[in-house]
Design a binder for this molecule. Sequence first.
Ligand code: CTP
Length: 404
Amino acid sequence: MGKPKVVLGVSGGIAAYKACELLRRLTESGHDVRVVPTASSLNFVGEATWAALSGNPASTEVWETVHEVPHVRIGQGADLVVVAPATADMLAKAAHGLADDLLTNTLLTARCPVVFAPAMHTEMWEHPATQENVATLRRRGAVVIEPAVGRLTGKDTGKGRLPDPEEIFEVCRQVLRRGVAAPDLAGRHVVISAGGTREPLDPVRFLGNRSSGKQGYALARTAVARGARVTLVAANTALADPAGVDVVRVGTAVQLREAVLKAASDADVVVMAAAVADFRPAEYAGGKIKKKDGEDPAPVALVRNPDVLAEISADRAREGQVVVGFAAETDDVLDNGRAKLRRKGCDLLVVNEVGETRTFGSEENEAIILSSDGSEMPVPYGPKEVLAEAVWDQVTRRYMPRRA
Ligand code: CTP
């Protein structure tokens, strides 16, 4: 099999310079990349840069090398087209099927998945014209990554930033892996909790757990590639924000509950991948707890935390909302998992065996997905994104049709 063929479309925004890094990641990971810049984007990054970094010619017009019919051939031969940055003008052209240069022609002839990574000023992004164009593109099956919030071209900040190139690359990787499968979470809002809560004892100490958040982040990344709007409630993670994901940071179980309930009010799916502390110290010492010579330490009194998964399952914010839980078990994995599924009242429970070095912090996972309809699906040991895809497969196949 040859290298996957990727077309990198670059439209005329200042973020074009970030596309150089995306191109590097794509070529270094074994993709054959053809860059198709718009004429205006060459004001930001020149043709020579694209040609040198990709090892392929970079042309903007259909009139160059006409005998090769590039406006048809490039699109037809691609396994993925990614437009980064995509300006408001480019989104409008793509939504309306205009074809006045090589990139827009390529978009019309491509039959492979298409990813747009928009970047523009907040006002332009929020304008109804842009929002309608984005909705049109998504309805037709394109993955349009939500811009990030942060510093824009000048001194202003807001929504409209191009996400980090390595995170756009991650979306491309996931979309390429899925091939021509339709983005089956398009139009859905999914809420995912990730990481592990920390319950403070005093200003310097807490009760915590070993969860890294990697499984929750893998769920978020794969959901973006399947077209979902994603809210990620992240508890104490040290991972980069995935592209296109609204990340809400929390510390304790109580904060996590609040953030998840808020986001879940209009969610189609809620996945509780976070390791939530069942107990918290009954009292928080405002100053550092000191040891006293000759005295035994005072026992730490604990109180129960709310069970977020059970609460969401029992009181669904909207009809047909799908709720997924995770269960980390060390013994009697399946029996405990089945009992937990019933007790929590969720639709799916992903059960995995954990130990000090098993699962926590690693890139791999192995699990059984239990469903409230009685089915049990083992997912063999493999990357956390494979388990994430299996979870979305179960959600979409078993539970989504009822809200289709
Ligand atoms: N969970 C939650 N709120 C809690 C504790 C857990 O929402 N206070 C969720 C987790 O996010 C996970 C699921 O419940 O999706 C199962 O977590 P787990 O720790 O395995 O279950 P527990 O209810 O804590 O059961 P036990 O500790 O008795 O095994």
